[in-house]
Design a protein around this ligand. Structure first.
Ligand code: ATP
Ligand code: MG
Length: 214
C-alpha cells in the first residue's frame, strides 16, 4: 500500500492509543470493540489500521505488513525487536512484569544462587534472562494465559506475569515477590519504512511525540 498501515491490538492498547491518534489528526472509521473488521479505515485516505493479537504486533511491523505499530514492552522483550525501531515510549498500558508465588511460599530461600524452581509463564525469554541473572536454575513451563492458576494446582512454584493493581494475584492467594521490569507500550516502526516512507512516517512520529504525557 502507498499509505501508512498502523498495527494495533484491541482492548487497552487501542483505547489508550486513540487520544494519541486524535492528536495526530487521525480518527478511526470503526471501533474494533463493536466491529468485526480487522482492517479499519480512517478520516485520512492514506492511513488505515489493522487489528492484530497483541503478541503478533511486532511480527506485522517487522515484515512490513504495517509501517507502524503499538506494542507492550513485554511483547517486545519476547519478540527481540529485530527489524524494528522503537523511537517512542507512549507511556500507556502501564504495568509491571513480576514474579509471584503462593502466599507462604519461601521465595527468598529458593532464590539463592544454585536454587531451583518451577516457573509457569508466557514470558519465557524474560523469565530465562531474569533467573539466569540471579544464578538460579528454572524449569520453565509455557502457558498462554491464566498463569495465576499454576501455583494453586501444583503446576509451578512461581509465575512470571504482568501485574497492575495486584487484584488478580490477591484474589487467588498469590503475592508479588519481585519486580522484573516496568512495562508500558512503545511505538514501533519498520526500519525500511522509516527510510522509504519518511515523508509519511516522520510527521506521525512527531505528532505522537508531542502528544505523549510523561
Ligand atoms: P488476552 O488477555 O486476550 O490473552 P493479551 O494479553 O495478548 O490478550 P491484553 O491483555 O490486551 O492482550 O494486553 C495487551 C498489552 O497490554 C500487554 O502486552 C501489556 O503490554 C499490556 N497489559 C497487559 N495487562 C495489563 C494490565 N493489567 N495493565 C496495564 N497494561 C497491561
Ligand atoms: Mg491479557
Amino acid at each position: 500500500m502507498s499509505g501508512i498501515t498502523l498495527a494495533l491490538s484491541k482492548g487497552r492498547i487501542f483505547e489508550e492509543t486513540l487520544p494519541l491518534l486524535a492528536a495526530a489528526g487521525i480518527v478511526p472509521a470503526d471501533d474494533p470493540a463493536r466491529s468485526r473488521k480487522l482492517v479499519i479505515g480512517s478520516n485520512r485516505p492514506d492511513v488505515r489500521l489493522i487489528i492484530v493479537r497483541a503478541t503478533d504486533t511486532p511480527t506485522y511491523v517487522q515484515h512490513g505488513a504495517a509501517e507502524l505499530g503499538v506494542a507492550g514492552k513485554d511483547v517486545l522483550l519476547e519478540h527481540g525487536g529485530a527489524g524494528l525501531y522503537q523511537p517512542l515510549d507512549l507511556n500507556i498500558a502501564r504495568c509491571r512484569l513480576c514474579v509471584a508465588v503462593k502466599r507462604g511460599f519461601d521465595y527468598a530461600a529458593a532464590a539463592q544462587p544454585g536454587g531451583r524452581i518451577r516457573v509457569a509463564t508466557k514470558y519465557i525469554e524474560s523469565a530465562k534472562t531474569h533467573f539466569a541473572g540471579k544464578g538460579m536454575h528454572v524449569d520453565l513451563i509455557k502457558l498462554y494465559g491464566s498463569m495465576e492458576l499454576a501455583p494453586l494446582v501444583g503446576l509451578a512454584d512461581a509465575i512470571v506475569d504482568l501485574v497492575s493493581s495486584g487484584g488478580t494475584l490477591r484474589a487467588n492467594g498469590l503475592e508479588e515477590v519481585e519486580e522484573i521490569v516496568p512495562i508500558s507500550s512503545r511505538l514501533i516502526v519498520n526500519q525500511a519504512a522509516l527510510k522509504l516512507k519518511r515523508e509519511l512516517v516522520q510527521p506521525l512520529l512527531d505528532a505522537f511525540a508531542n502528544a505523549v504525557h510523561i
